[in-house]
Ligand binder design. Structure first.
Ligand SMILES: [Zn+2]
Length: 424
């Protein structure tokens, strides 16, 4: 039997998916209206059980790995070929919104149900994923689940991460009913043929341009540095200027250099931010003896990003030498960018056009689990608009119309990739 693409347009059950997005938001650690859902808390466990039941009801085969990544598979007619993956995360930073991540998980489930109800039969299996801890809230590192799945995480350094109660990732996973076996989380390179993530834009471009579908072409490469200057403290009245080794003024010079490194980069996409600037002891009549900076640098080009990082690090040493203070530089993370795969980008564009929805090519300046999935398989992302570009706040909102549009484009994309003959 020749497998066929679904008829146009697909009919998405918008009431169902929007009601489920609201229902999921009731599992929260804090108090409304903000949503807080931290990995391996009671709210997280309840949300997982709720999602699993929905997936089982839709005839999907579910499993979880050692760190709690959740998989729900619609088995295709060629079950042994590489599958097509879709999904996102359900954890939410403190006092956050309802739509970040959840639109990709519940929208992914709705895409599968839409295809099932259309009579479509998948060739490759289509698998929904919910990644563990995309947000760095509990263990200080983002994309924990997808880093491990893609083999981009160093297990030793993951083992050194502790939460605020000194609990390790393994122990917290075990307490939530997973085996904590981080070594076996990594997937083989032929597990997926393609991966596509639906997400709210978390920025204003689509709304400003009145375009319902963003086709992500690249995900910017994030890096973070922690830099500590150590000088000499003293009495602000009695130590004369000639004898000072002020840690804050060295740090201040560096913060300005961080801005210059972003502004003067040869790439228009370089952004560089000093987000933490903490002098010690922080008293008006005391020369700062220490100053801590945390610096975030991103670009779609790893070369330009690294050039900006190198410029910042070498300036930190230079200014420390000039001012007679010590400096300690630590790299928190330095990840490569992702270029979205042409086959996925084209499938998303064709699907949007079949659904009569306009598209705009975009770069994702926030990182997502897809950044790591792209190191494992052909990966792409679909963005939908969110109100005023706001995210990570209780006011975060996406309209039912935009969610339905995103789900329809995702469903059609998954169908096309499921029939694709490309080797994994
Ligand atoms: Zn997200």
């Amino acid at each position: 039997m020749k497998l066929k693409r679904p008829a146009t347009p697909l009919s998405v059950n918008g009431d169902r998916v929007c009601a489920e997005i609201q229902e999921l938001s009731q599992f929260m650690d804090g108090e409304p209206p903000g949503v807080t859902r931290v990995v391996f808390t009671e709210a997280d466990r309840q949300a997982r059980a709720w999602l699993r039941a929905k997936c089982v009801n839709s005839g999907l085969v579910t499993r979880e790995d050692g760190v709690g990544n959740f998989f729900a598979r619609w088995v295709g007619s060629e079950a042994n070929t590489a599958a097509v993956g879709t999904g996102s995360h359900c954890d939410a930073i403190p006092n956050s919104g309802v739509y970040d991540g959840t639109v990709g998980v519940l929208g992914g489930l709705e895409a599968i149900r839409t295809l099932q109800e259309s009579g479509f039969k998948p060739r490759r299996s289509i698998e929904l994923l919910m990644f563990t801890s995309e947000e760095p809230t509990r263990f200080g590192i983002g994309c924990l689940g997808s880093r491990l799945l893609s083999g981009r995480a160093d297990i030793g350094s993951i083992d050194r991460l502790l939460d605020g109660e000194e609990m390790s990732v393994r122990e917290a996973a075990r307490q939530s009913g997973f085996n904590g076996d981080l070594e076996n989380v990594c997937l083989s390179s032929n597990y997926y043929s393609h991966f596509v993530e639906l997400h709210i834009e978390q920025g204003p471009v689509l709304e400003c341009e009145s375009i319902p579908i963003g086709v992500v072409t690249a995900i910017a490469a994030p890096a973070a540095l922690r830099i500590m200057f150590k000088g000499e403290g003293g009495h602000a009245g009695t130590v004369l200027m000639s004898g000072r080794h002020d840690a804050l003024t060295a740090a201040a010079e560096l913060a300005l250099e961080v801005e210059r490194a972003g502004r003067e980069s040869e790439s228009a996409d370089t952004v560089a931010t000093t987000g933490v600037f903490r002098p010690f002891p922080g008293a008006v009549n005391s020369i700062p003896s220490q100053c801590l900076l945390e610096i975030d640098v991103r670009d779609t080009s790893e070369k330009s990003r690294n050039r900006a990082v190198d410029r910042i690090v070498s300036f930190a040493h230079q200014v420390a030498g000039e001012r007679g203070v010590d400096v300690l530089v630590e790299t928190i993370n330095s990840d490569p960018p992702a270029v979205c795969d042409t086959s996925v980008v084209e499938a998303v564009q064709a699907s949007a056009s079949a659904e009569s929805l306009a598209t705009l090519d975009l770069v994702s300046r926030a990182y997502h689990d897809s950044l790591f999935m792209a190191t494992l398989t052909r990966t792409g992302m679909i963005f939908i608009p969110c109100r005023n570009g706001i995210s990570h706040r209780p006011e975060e909102y996406a309209t039912p119309e935009h969610i339905c549009g995103g789900v329809a484009v995702l469903a059609r994309t998954l169908a096309a990739l499921s029939l694709s003959e490309e080797e994994a």
